[in-house]
Ligand binder design. Structure first.
Ligand SMILES: [Mg+2]
Length: 186
């Protein structure tokens, strides 16, 4: 039996939600990401590059469609990250639905499209911290999820992205895997 439960976030860690969210709202993701990196690295939302408020952006009706979520692309490191983490512990995807029913079914379909219809290693909840315990490890790109999980006694690692304080780390998978490995050995 594996000793650790590893909770793996989907959006921003395994799946490239933002590139598609920019495209579907008429933005060029390359331009937005470049400006974000240059002017607001570590900020949760690129307010200098996008005139919409975060609320307007994230509640755009296109983001309520099942197929938007179902057709998101995996990051290039996804397969490696998932395989390596599975060698360390039991991996469960842990993803927060937006509130739109299409988001929940789209995420579910994304996973079954990838892993097959019988795949069941996932939990959908906004309350990720409720799953924290001393042998639970969360990997997530959002600092508030990481801090809440730690506050309830779990271990948690921030996945480096432009929108968090680890924005200058260019090999996010290597960074996270070496940190997880250190915990397991310690
Ligand atoms: Mg995320």
């Amino acid at each position: 039996m594996k000793k650790y439960e590893i909770y793996l976030d989907l959006d921003g860690v395994c799946i490239d939600f933002l590139t598609s969210a920019f495209k579907i709202q008429g933005y060029d993701p390359e331009i937005i990401f470049a400006k974000w990196k240059a002017t607001q690295p570590g900020e949760l939302f690129p307010t200098l590059s996008i005139e919409k408020t975060p609320l307007e952006f994230f509640t755009n009706e296109a983001l309520g469609e099942e197929n938007f979520w179902r057709e998101l692309k995996a990051y290039k490191w996804f397969s490696l990250l998932y395989t390596e983490l599975n060698s360390f512990g039991n991996v469960m995807f842990l993803s927060a639905p937006s509130g739109a029913p299409g988001c929940l079914s789209g995420k579910h379909h994304w996973l079954t499209d990838y892993f097959g219809a019988n795949f069941s290693e996932y939990i959908f909840t906004k309350h990720k911290d409720r799953l924290a315990h001393e042998r639970a490890i969360l990997i997530d790109d959002m600092p508030f999820n990481v801090s809440a999980f730690k506050a309830r006694g779990g271990r948690a690692f921030l996945f480096p992205r432009i929108w968090n304080k680890l924005h200058s780390i260019c090999e996010p998978t290597g960074y996270v895997l070496s940190n997880v490995e250190r915990v397991l050995k310690g």
